[in-house]
Design a protein around this ligand. Structure first.
Ligand SMILES: NC(=O)C1=CN([C@@H]2O[C@H](COP(=O)(O)OP(=O)(O)OC[C@H]3O[C@@H](n4cnc5c(N)ncnc54)[C@H](O)[C@@H]3O)[C@@H](O)[C@H]2O)C=CC1
Ligand SMILES: O=C(CO)COP(=O)(O)O
Length: 651
């Protein structure tokens, strides 16, 4: 939650800015946010980066940076309203300076503009002095606007696109100018903004008695807040009263813009713009200082995706994500992937992946896309990510989460593709829950479903189910994974989806045993039926909120069918049964899977520990049987159909 603004309206002197308070909650967000203090986090993205340099009439070389870039970026991405200053921000020049140039009074006026913008005199005084010097007639203003002052030629590079992008995603855009409406309205028009979104001063003109037409300058409207110091925050406070905006960001080049984010009810973040003039006081005080609008555009709503894991499913899912990320403005096109380091054919695996964009050991033939960047460091892979896709075999999940504690952006949202659970003395924990808690991410859902990796890598039609808590986040992941051949459905049942995906691996072992024994379709159907029933009961005992309907989705019955006919658990169990259960299932898996990991046998052991702890073995005869055949090997392989006799005897 946001903390209240500590500072009252700033005094006229510029000195207050040097003693800006430092707020401890670096990552807070929401309505009425106090601007945060300097960030303790540092990363290549957040550290000041060299910008292309100042543009327009700027003379200083500009560095991007700011006192709290991560928070400002976050607020920028979630802003409901953005207020732009006009002169030297949206526009390459100051309209009064330009009008002065047109009237041959440039030097006198410019000196007063600079004094207002760097804060050495109050805005009202500066405006008064400049207008005294200019004193334009109505005709002169009109002629200026029709010639040198044409809005289209005054706009800074990138602003039209930026405003368009903001409006496309439903962000309200306002112009708040310390200049005059006469100059600001054509600018608003050029940006496609309605006049009511413009806050600026108004000129008065005397009226010719004979023609009734406006003639000479007769002062300006002193009731407009924009004509005085503290006027911009006043406008923003007023916007908040009239609209339910949770987050408002101010963008500008001057002290009066910075001030808009310094007071209670003002903007939640201030982005300093140095593309025209880079003012040292503004650079010093801005939450985020940029030298052009392109960096704001690039950051807008961009999700940076990182995959944790590089096995068969991780690679097939990354292929979907890379395809979408490269063509959808919502995402940063570069997708990073953590690769558990190993040497494959004499080379570090991540190097080979970076060269070929394919994982030759775990997902041969699955070209993920040129935009995939593999790394052997999990920390590096997630550093900039705000979308984390977790897909490691479940036995490695806890270790990886511990390793990454405090290394993931807290505003990140995660999705787990891992099928499995964690057993603790106090009971089972969903992997998604562990991710949320250990990694400290804002939300974690799951993507489950009938997703045999090789088939998805080939582009065969498949379905997936996203189990979510927060719909908005699920929609982002839907957009990341859905393709014409991978159809995603959303269910508000993380526990149901994740438990289904986890438990079906145990049933798939039973199906493989049945295949290995040479039984036909009827026996396998009985295993699937019993398995589905036990999956549902177990899931509900663990998590009472689990919904029956979830088992009818791809993550339920469809995954069960796919895995019991086509999966690795089935295949390994079949081979195990053919050998008469002579070797441990892990050994058989090692022979057959070339390093890929079997989840079903481990899960059978984990599920059994819960059954034993609660005395539930009899209620779950299939799960119990799989454990005794595949894990402890205490009963023969052909006991797999024993659950049928237990039904007969009413067990
Ligand atoms: N393969 C599939 O068709 C599907 C798999 N899943 C699930 O996805 C999860 C990941 O499976 P896959 O991507 O298929 O992997 P995989 O089984 O194909 O490959 C094993 C992965 O584990 C990594 N690894 C080995 N030692 C490790 C260690 N000490 N620490 C961390 N990682 C290590 C390997 O580098 C490799 O990336 C599993 O929970 C699985 O059930 C879900 C749907 C489909
Ligand atoms: O989860 C899977 C399919 O949805 C893959 O299962 P296997 O690990 O048994 O291949």
């Amino acid at each position: 939650m946001m903390v209240a603004k500590a500072r009252a309206a700033p005094p006229r002197s510029v000195k207050w800015r040097r003693t800006r308070r430092s707020t401890p909650n670096k990552w807070s967000r929401g309505h009425g946010a106090a601007r945060a203090g300097r960030s303790a986090r540092s990363s290549s993205r957040f550290a000041p980066t060299k910008a292309a340099g100042s543009k327009g009439n700027a003379s200083t070389s500009v560095e991007d940076g700011g006192v709290n870039v991560p928070l400002a970026m976050e607020l920028w991405k979630r802003a409901n309203a953005v207020c732009f200053d006009v002169d030297c921000t949206v526009c390459k020049d100051d309209s009064l300076d330009a009008l002065a140039g047109f009237l041959g009074k440039k030097n006198e006026v410019e000196a007063w503009t600079t004094r207002a913008m760097d804060g050495s005199v109050g805005l009202e005084r500066s405006l008064e002095e400049r207008m005294k010097i200019l004193s334009p007639s109505f005709d002169e203003v009109e002629r200026y606007l029709a010639t040198g002052g044409r809005a289209e030629q005054r706009l800074n590079p990138g602003i039209v696109d930026l405003v368009g992008a903001l409006r496309d995603r439903g962000v309200a855009v306002y112009l708040i100018s310390g200049g005059f409406r006469e100059m600001a309205l054509p600018v608003a028009k050029a940006l496609g903004l309605p006049p009511e979104n413009v806050y600026a001063n108004r000129m008065h003109f005397s009226v010719c008695d004979e023609t009734g037409l406006p003639r000479n300058f007769a002062g300006f409207d002193r009731t407009e807040p924009t004509c005085r110091q503290g006027g911009k925050p006043e406008v923003i406070r007023d916007l908040r009263l009239r609209h339910p905006y949770e987050t408002i960001v101010m963008v500008g080049d001057g002290i009066t813009d910075l001030e808009a984010a310094e007071v209670e009810g003002g903007a939640d973040a201030f982005i300093g713009y140095g593309g025209t003039v880079a003012r040292p006081e503004v650079m010093k005080g801005a939450d985020w200082f940029v030298s052009d609008f392109f960096s704001l555009r690039a950051e807008l709503r961009r999700y940076k995706v990182a995959f944790l894991g590089s096995g068969a499913w991780a690679c097939a899912a990354a292929k979907l994500a890379c395809e979408n990320a490269s063509g959808d403005d919502l995402f940063d096109p570069e997708v990073s992937m953590w690769v558990h380091e190993e040497v494959h054919e004499g080379r570090p695996l991540h190097e080979t992946i970076n060269e070929t964009h394919e994982n030759p050991k775990y997902a041969k033939g699955c070209f993920m896309g040129e935009n995939l960047e593999a790394s052997s460091s999990a920390e590096d892979a997630v550093r900039e990510a705000n979308l984390v896709v977790f897909c490691v075999p479940h036995e490695f999940a806890h270790g990886l989460c511990v390793q990454l504690q405090g290394r993931v952006r807290p505003d990140a949202i995660a999705i787990s593709l891992t099928k499995g659970m964690r057993i603790r003395p106090e009971g089972p924990q969903l992997i998604s829950e562990m991710i949320r808690k250990k990694l400290g991410v804002a939300d974690a859902g799951v993507l489950m479903g009938a997703n045999i990796a090789g088939e998805i890598a080939q582009g065969q039609l498949s379905e997936g189910t996203i189990g979510y808590r927060i719909l908005e986040n699920a929609k982002v992941f839907e957009r990341l994974f859905q393709t014409p051949s991978f159809i995603v459905t959303l269910v508000q049942d993380v526990e149901g989806a994740e438990m289904s995906g986890t438990l079906k691996n145990v049933v798939a072992i039973a199906a493989g045993l049945s295949d290995g024994l040479g039984y036909g379709s009827n026996t396998k159907a009985a295993i699937l039926r019993q398995g589905l029933s036990e999956m549902r009961s177990f899931a509900k005992k663990m998590f009472p909120t689990v919904r029956d309907e979830t088992f009818l989705e791809s993550c339920g019955v469809a995954d069960l069918v796919a895995s019991c006919y086509g999966g690795r658990n089935r295949r390994v169990a079949e081979a195990f049964a053919r050998e008469g259960g002579q070797r441990a299932m892990e050994e058989v898996a090692e022979d057959l899977l070339g390093g890929q990991k079997l989840q079903g046998a481990l899960t059978a052991g984990e599920v059994h520990s819960v059954l034993r702890q609660n005395g539930w073995e009899d209620e779950f005869p299939l799960f119990d049987t799989v454990y005794r055949i595949a894990v402890t090997r205490e009963i023969p392989v052909d006991a797999v159909t024993g659950f049928m006799s237990s039904r007969q005897s009413g067990r």
